[in-house]
Design a protein around this ligand. Structure first.
Ligand code: AMP
Length: 269
């Protein structure tokens, strides 16, 4: 596996390495790789000739007072995990490479980036949109892989690709969960054992919402009631939104950790 830190080295590695017709798959990540990330890499490995994973804790998508400083970073672990997963090229730039001195152009999503996570985290999707657009233009993949765990992020990325007519297929991969139902997230590392038990209310409430929906009842209300009853958890939002189809989404804070999760309300055929 080729580990690259500089934008000019990335260009040099990709152009001659392409070969005619070689298809590039890009998996953007912020590292602390877990089985959720690995499922995206596996999907790329199955479909593409060259798999590029980016590893960059993007400061632009964190607000003031958020967890940028304490966000988990473990490059040795990530390098080993990426290599074992069959990644061809790991792009691990520093801040200066992604936002060189004088960098001052931003991709600002419209309406899709203003509600839910966009409202709770002002500027978040502007940071996501800018870094992903920059990665798309640097790597020029045929496909880019994102997790449905961040359903609104997928919708924001699809909007960018549509509006800017970027020749990239966006592949949305299912949420990977631990055996107990908790969606895998790099931030789960922050949870104490007790907090982790409390956090299970999130997937439980979404399941309750899904069941309510299936029996013709209000999904949001069912999920909300269950979350409100949980001590040690503060609900940020529970809502139904059209994110690649009707989706029940929730965000909650457990201890000092903010968690998001969602389930699709589309009936399986
Ligand atoms: P992150 O490193 O958290 O920015 O995530 C990088 C990519 O992995 C994003 O497209 C996420 O949606 C995706 N991802 C994170 N957690 C999961 C999960 N549990 N299942 C599937 N994809 C995930």
């Amino acid at each position: 596996m080729n580990v690259i830190r500089r934008v000019d080295d990335l260009r040099a590695a990709l152009v001659p390495g392409h070969g005619r017709g070689a298809r590039i798959g890009l998996v953007p990540t912020m590292g602390a790789l877990h089985a959720g990330h690995l499922s995206l890499i596996q999907a790329a490995r199955n479909a593409d000739d060259v798999v590029v994973v980016s590893l960059f804790v993007n400061p632009a998508q964190f607000g003031n007072g958020e967890d940028l400083e304490r966000y988990p970073r473990d490059e040795a672990h990530d390098t080993a995990a990426a290599e074992a997963a069959g990644v061809d090229l790991l792009f691990a730039p520093d801040r200066e490479q992604m936002y060189p001195d004088g960098f001052d152009t931003w991709v600002e999503p419209g309406k899709i980036g203003t509600f839910l996570e966009g409202a709770a985290r002002p500027g978040h999707f502007r940071g996501v949109a800018t870094v992903c657009t920059r990665l798309f233009l640097l790597v020029r993949p045929q496909r880019a892989y994102f997790g449905r765990k961040d359903a609104q992020q997928v919708a924001v990325i699809r909007q960018i690709v549509r509006d800017l007519e970027l020749p990239i297929e966006i592949v949305a991969c299912p949420t990977v969960r631990d055996a107990d139902g908790l969606a895998l997230s790099s931030r789960n590392l922050f949870l104490s054992p007790d907090e982790r038990v409390t956090a299970l209310a999130l997937p439980r409430a979404l399941e309750a919402g899904l069941r309510a929906h299936r029996s013709g009842k209000d999904a949001v209300r069912a999920a909300r009631e269950m979350l409100d009853a949980e001590r040690g958890l503060r609900v940020d939002y529970v809502a139904q939104a059209d994110l690649d189809g009707p989706t029940l989404v929730a965000a909650a804070v457990v201890g000092s950790t903010r968690l998001i999760d969602n389930v699709s309300l589309v009936e399986e055929a």
